[in-house]
Design a protein. Structure first.
Length: 192
């Protein structure tokens, strides 16, 4: 499950989540990893959270804009966890592994939000993850998300970047491309 989180700072205990997106990837009939679902939510900053002005400037998010249709952390996580749990079950897995670009940041914020909301059954493994920055460095000699995408032949829209859903979908495309390319390279090695 590819996850991207936009926040109002770097401290998961005091800075709130502002957006979260999850993109579900699964193998198709040809055993190619592909995007099957995307889910996202805008989040109301939790009570007594601290909003870092530089983080807000960077993301361009106005946490209190009325058209965000933001929900509480608990509502957002519940909304995203339901289809993720269904995908985990459908694929006969016990937990989802978070895939992200520099996922330590995302998993730390996700786990802090799970703790704050007292959600009992997260579909995610609490610390395991795949990192597209590392995979991009291996496959394309690039570690910046936009540069990996361009090296993989993808379009990149700087206007949409730093939206959780856009970044999660781009990260998912990159992850699928790398996994599928790796499988083809492995198949070629077996032919030799």
């Amino acid at each position: 499950m590819i996850v991207d989180i936009e926040t109002a700072g770097f401290d998961c205990k005091k800075n709130p989540l502002l957006e979260i997106a999850a993109v579900i990837v699964e193998y198709d009939d040809a055993q190619e990893l592909t995007i099957t679902e995307s889910h996202a939510a805008h989040i109301i900053p939790f009570e007594r959270s601290v909003l870092d002005p530089s983080a807000l400037k960077f993301t361009g998010i106005d946490p209190y804009h009325p058209f965000r249709m933001a929900v509480t952390e608990r509502e957002a996580l519940s909304k995203l966890f339901k289809p993720i749990k269904q995908a985990v079950k459908r694929n006969q897995c016990s937990r989802a592994i978070l895939v992200g670009h520099n996922p330590t940041f995302d998993i730390t914020f996700l786990n802090a939000a799970i703790d704050r909301t007292k959600i009992k059954r997260s579909p995610f493994h609490p610390f395991s993850s795949f990192d597209t920055a590392t995979l991009g460095g291996l496959m394309y000699q690039q570690t910046v998300l936009a540069k990996i995408g361009k090296a993989a032949g993808m379009e990149w829209d700087n206007e949409q970047a730093h939206s959780a859903l856009y970044d999660a979908r781009q990260t998912a495309e990159i992850f699928c491309t790398i996994v599928n390319r790796w499988k083809k390279l492995e198949a070629l090695d077996h032919v030799k």
